[in-house]
Structure formats: structure tokens, C-alpha cells
Design a protein around this ligand. Sequence first.
Ligand code: NAD
Length: 354
Amino acid sequence: MDALITLLPGDGIGTEVTKGAREVLEAVAEKYQHSFKFDEQLMGGAAIDACGDPLPEQTIASCQAADAVFLGAVGGPKWSDPSAKVRPEQGLLKLRAVLGVYANIRPVKIYSELTGTSPLRAEILENVDMIVIRELTGGIYFGKKTRDATSASDLCVYTVDEIERIVRVAAKLARSRSSRLCSVDKANVLETSRLWREVTDRVMADEFPDIELETLLVDAAAMHLLSRPRDFDVIVTENMFGDILTDEASMLTGSLGMLPSASLGDSATGLYEPIHGSAPDIAGQGIANPCAAIASAGMLLRHSLGLEEEALAVESAISAAISFGARTADIVSAGESPISTDEMIAAIVNQLNG
Ligand code: NAD
């Protein structure tokens, strides 16, 4: 297959882990005889430095022409001044809106060899395998913002259409797994959550009567994610709750560096990115964990290119590298020696080629 993939390395460790995603995609292309062309473009702080815009027109055009877009991470202290008019994260929100990717899919997979690096006890983590579907283009992150000398506001808006389409994505996924769906909201306080619950109940009753629906308030969900994570299968929630709950869920795996994501809309062009940020505290040291980025490349093969066998091969290569003891610093246990980002990438590519 021929495919055009736009790469947006971004800032900080974004550039380091994007290298891993690219090398793995190149190895897949060679092994399975595909032709992947890569177009690397600026985004985030790097783009602000180059031309004052976190998502330049040239980057948008490349993403719109591509079969899939891979993003490393954006942001960092250099561009974090609260009074700054132009910020890297604006580019991220705009990119999601431009590509119309409203469904962010975040699988939380536990590697049994890594349970020692999670702050939770190993027995709580046994058999944990869940997917969080986060609504990505609505809610408080996209609402009108105001600021004056003494106050600030962020408007949270959801429409019936926005809720219906994300619930359908989640319910279809639940149907392909264990037919259980958990919807998370804050319906005891927020009007948007009351709408979310009403629409979810209706869509599920009318279109997915075979799926068992559980509803949780976000505060309770945050607690249950840690006390009984194996009870969850597919979770659907709004933008900000999903953002926070998936960072929490990353601790089940031991590190933010392990969690991939795919953002999908109604077209095949998806956006694939690790869930972590640019990690300024470790950027430039060559120690970032590339697994989340590489697993995101696996999701790209599956969801945008329809290459399921190749996607499974990437996931197996990550598992095998970890089984053979490859560990970056964030996932080492006592007595284990960490390897560098590049060594971890090489270990995964070797498994893929082996
Ligand atoms: P972060 O995810 O960058 O880092 C949080 C912690 O996790 C840090 O200690 C970091 O070292 C560690 N970590 C993250 N990814 C890792 C990896 N792959 N390997 C090893 N350790 C890893 O979150 P933050 O520090 O809150 O944010 C830093 C910057 O990233 C901010 O500017 C923020 O806005 C931005 N950010 C961007 C995205 C994105 O591009 N999608 C997402 C989140 C945060």
C-alpha cells in the first residue's frame, strides 16, 4: 500500500519519540512491502519560533493532504508565559478541529512485567484492559474564554449531535469487546453533564439495547479507576474529564510514556499521538520512553491504513522488547538498568524484524 504520513515532532521529547514512530513505520513498510512517504512539518513552540504561528498554513495543508498524521508533543516553559497571546497548545486544539477528529481513543494496557513500576499493588492490576473514549472537540477547552483584572471564565458547551456521535463510537467499540460501556459525567452539578446523560441514555436504549450501560460521576470514576480498574472495559466521557482520567489511568501502566492514542473523526485521516506532553524535565537527555509513540504508530496502521496484521506486529514487538527486559528510566524496577530512547527504539525494531 502507498500512504502519505505527516509527522509533527513538535517540541521537547516530542521530537525524540517521533523518531521512534518513524523508524518503526519504516521497518513495517520494508517488512510488509508498503511504501510510506513522510512529510515532516513544524508545530507548537517550534513553529512559533519559526513563524509566530503554532499551526502554520503549510502544516495544515500537509495534514489535510495526508492519509494520517502523527504528532509527538507540543509545549514547554519557553512558550508558557500565562500572558502570552500565542501558545503551542492553541495549535493542538486547532489541529484537532481542522481534522474534525472528535473521538480520542486511549487504550490502557498493562504489561505484566511492568506491574512493579505502578504505584498500585500488582493484584489490583491483574487483567486490566480498558479503552477510554474521550470527546475531543467540544466542552470547556473549546468554549469562549474571558479574562479581566479580577475574574476569568471558560464556557463549557456540548450539543446533542456532539454527544450522540461520540456515544455511538464508544458503543460500537463496546459491542466489539465485552458489550459493557461506562459513561462518566458530573450530572449532579453540571448542565452539560445532565444533557450528556440524557442523550447517552436515549442513544443506548434506542440503538444499543444489547450493551450494558453503567453511569458514573467523574469523582467516583476517579476513585474506582484506582480501586477496581479491571471492572472497566470501555469508558466514554467528555473532553476535560477524559484528559484527566487518562493521565490517572496511565499510572496503572506505571508511566505516561506507555499510553498511545488515536483521534478519529468521520474521515479516515486520523491523528495519532502519545498521551504525554513534551516532558521539559527530561527533554534532550535521550531517556524518554518511546513506547507510547510507537504504540500510537501501531494505531495509525490499524485505524487509518487498515493494516491490522502490521498493527498487531508493532504491539507484539513492544511487548516482546519489554519481556526481554528493555526498560527506559521511567519503567525500571529496582535492580534493572535503564536504556536510552534510541536503544529502546532499536530493541522494538529488532523484535519487529526478528
Ligand atoms: P508531560 O506529560 O510532558 O510530563 C509529565 C511527567 O511525565 C514528567 O515528569 C515527564 O518527564 C514524564 N513523562 C512524560 N512522558 C514521558 C515519556 N515518554 N518517557 C518518560 N517520562 C515521561 O506533562 P507536563 O509536564 O504537565 O507538560 C509539559 C508540557 O507538555 C506542557 O507545555 C504541556 O502543555 C504540554 N503537553 C502537551 C501535550 C500534547 O502535546 N498532546 C499533552 C500534555 C501536555
